[in-house]
Design a protein. Structure first.
Length: 435
């Protein structure tokens, strides 16, 4: 391990780098290596999370070390409200927010952290246990764009043991974080209880993980290119996918492709819904699936459609002819007659309520038979995805008119107080189901 390891990153002469230093052996070794490179302009950044009594002294130790190396230092403190959640994830986010802000104020083009090969192993195992997402198993990247800068980890190819040996050989002082031995934390449990036994069984474990993460990144890049090719082939329009051509792929490949394509509508797809979508994909009847956060898809006859549901309809009651009501789905009025193209004839008794369906709704058929509205929808082959969206005119649970259904399919109400009127709709919003 020598300062030459920085050559692989191709830094221009006098590149300004912000080195994140906690005071532990890893970051102190990284700092020592960085300051030995003659054409790097090093700035130290150290952050106090205020989670342990000794953290303030550790930050002072880092500042003193920076002074000995004759490099500037930027310090930060995690200012929290009493109600703020304190967790590993929250602490990490606060630390990286500080690093991003410090890199900007210090005009640093590069941010360096001291992640090493053992950290990579922990990260892969931790993510494997948490999600199993192949994209997460790429692990920590050695070099990546980040907040308009470069985030690099020069020590990622070196083991913890190699770093400790360098510190001993060069008499580098450091401070141990006592919380790193607390096995109540998931990562520490992996570090102290699981990984040592794993390494004992396989001394080449770190090398294998290094190879795995590099090849995993490459395979994911190839997979993304293949998914893009299939997406262009299957995507009919922004809201419709025709799955027919994909059926020649193995089922496992179809599930991967389906998940990636669903992410255009819902980035966090529930894994459990994917087999259900596949199962119903070529059904004759339509099936709908809630992907969450207001995203719903419909599958039928080999096609997948994203649905844009109509706004919720608050029931409104007409008590007289000529009355006009405004709703989220447009403006409606009952008129004795009109020449407007967007009017439909209805036969009602007043008062009558404009709404969507409710439990207990029924219709009277032309032969006089009373039928549940649900059965009427089934008999008339109204798609399930539309039934909760259709507007009705009803008195109590007696339905007189159904949006989209010809008037002759329903029997007129009792002759007493019957009104032959028209319902006029002025849409204020897009009424199409698909967007």
């Amino acid at each position: 391990m020598s300062p030459k390891l920085f050559q692989t990153f191709g830094f221009a002469p006098h590149t300004r780098v912000l080195v994140a230093v906690s005071g532990g052996v890893d970051s102190m070794v990284l700092l020592d290596l960085a300051v030995r490179v003659p054409d790097l302009d090093v700035v130290v950044a150290t952050f106090d999370h205020h989670l342990r009594p000794e953290s303030q002294q550790e930050q002072a130790f880092v500042a003193a070390a920076a002074a000995q190396y004759h490099v500037p230092v930027v310090t930060g403190v995690w200012h929290r409200k009493p109600t703020d959640t304190v967790s590993e994830a929250a602490a990490r986010q606060a630390r990286y927010d500080f690093l991003a802000a410090s890199a900007e104020t210090q005009q640093a083009a590069v941010v360096m952290t001291a992640h090493h090969a053992d950290d990579q192993l922990e990260t892969v195992l931790f993510r494997l246990g948490r999600s199993g997402d192949p994209a997460a198993l790429v692990g920590i990247r050695a070099d990546q764009p980040w907040h308009g800068k470069r985030l690099v980890r020069p020590l990622l190819g070196y083991s913890k043991a190699a770093i400790q040996a360098y510190a001993q050989a060069h008499d580098i002082e450091f401070r141990d974080d006592a919380s790193n031995t607390d096995t109540r934390y998931a990562r520490n449990q992996l570090r102290h209880e699981v990984i040592p036994a794993y390494k004992k069984q396989n001394p080449q474990l770190l090398a294998h993980i290094q190879r795995f993460t590099v090849e995993q990144a490459g395979m994911l890049a190839l997979a993304d290119a293949e998914v893009s090719r299939w997406q262009q082939r299957l995507q009919v329009d922004p809201v419709t996918i025709d799955w027919q051509a994909a059926t020649r792929l193995p089922k496992a490949a179809q599930l991967v492709l389906l998940k990636r394509m669903m992410r255009q509508w819902q980035p966090e797809v529930d894994e459990k819904v994917l087999p259900e979508v596949m199962h119903h994909l070529f059904a004759q009847s339509e099936h709908r699936f809630d992907l969450g956060t207001g995203v719903t898809i419909a599958v039928q006859n080999g096609r997948i459609r994203e649905l844009a549901l109509q706004p919720a309809m608050t029931p409104v009651t007409f008590t007289h002819i000529g009355q006009t009501v405004k709703t989220l789905r447009g403006t409606f009025s009952l008129q004795a007659e009109t020449s407007q193209d967007d009017s439909v004839p209805v036969r009602v008794q007043l008062p009558v309520t404009l709404r969507t369906r409710q439990a207990g709704d029924q219709v009277r058929l032309p032969n006089g038979v009373i039928q549940k509205l649900r059965r009427f929808f089934i008999n008339e082959k109204v798609p399930a995805s539309q039934r909760d969206q259709l507007l009705l005119l009803a008195q109590d649970h007696q339905v007189f008119w159904i949006e989209g259904q010809p008037l002759e399919r329903l029997s007129p109400p009792a002759q007493t107080d019957i009104l032959h009127v028209v319902l006029v709709h002025s849409p204020d919003v897009d009424r199409s189901e698909d967007r």
